[in-house]
Ligand binder design. Structure first.
Ligand code: PBG
Length: 337
């Protein structure tokens, strides 16, 4: 860093803030549709478009109701989606068996979207929780989420998504070593172009609350079942550990790494940006969305301004890709729609 002398009145920073035009001219950060990854919640059934109670103006769709939403996203230039499925209770078990069903909801959703919009980028969530009767991201044995068996299963799950046509698989589970197993499995089966976006620094966070309600995937309260995800997701107190976790995923073959949640972890986004040279994603999670919506509904915050400020913050912190439930709102606002 060179030494700078900034002295009044030779320097008057306010000159560059005089009006909108000059503020835009010197703005360091711009938001476009290319920055976003749009999470989509998909349910079984027909004719379903239901609002998620804890996520106002965000919906779960059955496949036949997805068309309008996809058309709208496409027209707004939002061409990257991240898929999550809500699995019927009867199909859940400890091993997540349904996740490998070639005709499962996720696999059908991938095919549906790729068939209708071949140039939409389809990313898929890879973790057991929507399929687990216990609401955990892995298989439980003797009261513990077991790592290696789960990681092997996730590799098979990723393969199944790739076979259905997914462009990128996104393991969100935080098992050790899973990226390598996924990469090797994809290579072995000829899926050399399937990307891996790894949730590398994913913290055990209460901000995921509304999402778990949306998918009905919260850990169950039951004897001998861990009540939270703290044995695999990271401790929010840790910063250096995020670099170590990310380094491992990069070494194991991740194409994109992710920090999650977003707003409370911007320091981590910047650390990862400074340390690595691959694309960095950040996830503005359900609780962050819910907080802004709730305060805006009460008239305590200006919805649009706070939304934009939060998105700008991610990009300024160093994120290249922003997964956010606000994606559509932001782009519509920009286009005055
Ligand atoms: C599950 C998963 C979660 C989210 C994305 N994938 C929840 C969790 O880890 O419990 C959270 C997303 C959000 O809160 O918006 N593996």
């Amino acid at each position: 860093m060179h030494i700078r002398i900034t002295m009044f009145p030779l320097n008057r920073p306010r000159r560059l803030r005089t009006n909108n035009t000059i503020r835009h001219l010197v703005s360091e950060t711009q938001i476009t549709a290319y920055d976003f990854l749009v999470p989509l919640f998909i349910v079984e059934g027909k004719g379903i478009k239901e609002e998620i109670t804890s996520m106002p103006n965000y919906y779960r769709y059955s496949l036949d109701m997805l068309e309008d939403e996809l058309n709208e996203l496409y027209d707004l230039g939002l061409k990257s989606v991240l898929l999550f499925v809500k699995v019927p209770e009867v199909l859940k078990d400890n091993a997540g068996t349904e996740a490998l069903n070639p005709e499962g909801l996720m696999q059908r959703a991938i095919k549906y979207i790729k068939n209708k919009y071949p140039d939409m980028l389809v990313m898929t969530d890879v973790a057991l929780d929507p399929y687990s009767m216990y609401g955990h991201d892995g298989i439980i044995d003797n009261g513990r989420v077991i790592n290696d068996t789960t990681a092997n299963f996730l590799a098979q799950m990723s393969l199944s998504h790739a076979q259905a046509g997914a462009d990128v698989v996104a393991p969100s589970d935080m098992m050790d070593g899973r990226v390598l197993l996924i990469r090797e499995t994809l290579e072995k089966h000829g899926f050399t172009n399937t990307g891996i976006m790894s949730y590398s620094a994913k913290y055990a966070s209460a901000f995921y609350g509304p999402f778990r309600t949306a998918l009905d995937s919260a850990p169950v309260t039951m004897n001998a079942i861990p009540k939270d995800k703290k044995t695999y997701q990271m401790d929010s107190a840790n910063r250096l550990e995020a670099i170590r976790e990310t380094q491992m995923d990069v070494n194991e073959g991740a194409d994109i790494v992710m920090v999650k949640p977003g707003m409370a972890y911007l320091d981590i986004v910047r650390d990862i940006k400074n340390e690595f040279d691959l694309p960095i994603a950040v996830y503005q999670v359900s609780g962050e969305y819910a907080m802004i919506k709730a305060a805006a509904q009460k008239g305590w915050l200006n919805h649009d301004e706070v939304m934009l400020e939060s998105i700008i913050a991610f990009k300024r912190a160093g994120a290249n890709i922003i997964a956010s439930y606000f994606a559509k709102d932001v782009i519509k606002l920009k286009l005055n729609l």
